[in-house]
Design a protein around this ligand. Structure first.
Ligand code: GLU
Length: 257
């Protein structure tokens, strides 16, 4: 009888334990990352998963003292997969929006971007308004589609599940533009042999945050403290230069001791 009671107690306390304790107990953290969003999460020429988000996620895992296990997420799958506990955190170019806060929690912001427009080199339009009544590609679940539609209500949005599909459509001439964060657009333009370019300036504010489950304050604190360490140890600036080729103008907030 007593042993049954102890077993029940063990099960109950395990399932009601906080997420950080669970992660430490299993020695592993399951991290949702992008596989197709260069330079945040992508495969290099040798087939290794690399990028700013990947390095950041590795740093956080090492500060927590656990092994990272990376799982691919897309812009539309990342929040549902966190909610279903298939992943423990999201490090996937995700903008911290107040509307997203209804479902999940966020770390402090770790990267600051804004939305732009990627077009073919021969495009004459230079502003968002010039894409009225034209086909503009966006990725399902990203902030960019709804933002753009609000800005240019006459635009004809075409939604794709993943970024490579949208890029192929743009190159083939099936759509006139892709709208998403500037940094991704800029990398595509640089990698395109001068066949693509970025226009439109910055159309929105996109501060990236790490997604954590709701009401897991210990886990969120541990991630925030790891991000603060990242800045204090100089690793943030190092990684920034490694992946973006320049020094950061803005750093994540550091809280005093
Ligand atoms: N940062 C934007 C977002 O969270 C666009 C990039 C992405 O699709 O992940 O929606």
């Amino acid at each position: 009888m007593i042993s049954r009671f102890l077993l029940l107690l063990a099960i109950v306390s395990f399932s009601y334990g906080d997420k950080l304790t669970d992660i430490k107990a299993t020695d592993m953290i399951h991290i949702g990352v992008k596989y197709d969003f260069k330079p945040f999460g992508f495969f290099d020429k040798r087939g290794r998963l690399v990028g700013f988000d990947i390095d950041l996620a590795r740093f956080i895992a090492s500060k927590l003292g656990v092994t990272p296990s990376f799982k691919q997420v897309t812009s539309s799958s990342r929040i549902p997969r966190l909610l279903s506990e298939d992943i423990d955190i999201i490090v996937a170019s995700m903008t911290h929006k107040i509307s997203r806060d209804k479902e999940i929690d966020f770390s402090i912001s770790y990267f600051f971007d804004g939305q732009s427009i990627l077009v073919r080199q021969d495009e004459v339009g230079t502003t968002a308004k010039e894409f009225a009544n034209r086909k503009v590609g966006a990725i399902k679940g990203s902030t960019a589609g709804p933002n753009f539609k609000k800005l240019v209500p006459e635009s004809r949005m075409v939604y794709f599940s993943e970024y490579p599909q949208a890029l192929r459509a743009l190159k083939r001439g099936n759509i006139e533009a892709i709208t998403t964060d500037f940094t991704w657009c800029n990398v595509q333009a640089n990698d395109s042999n001068e066949t693509l370019k970025v226009v439109g300036g910055l159309l929105s504010y996109e501060p990236y945050g790490i997604g954590v489950p709701q009401n897991e304050s210990k886990l969120r604190d541990a991630i925030n403290f790891a991000l603060i360490e990242l800045v204090k140890e100089g690793v943030y600036a190092e990684l920034y230069e490694k992946w973006f080729g320049k020094k950061p103008k803005r750093f994540p907030t550091i809280w005093p001791k």
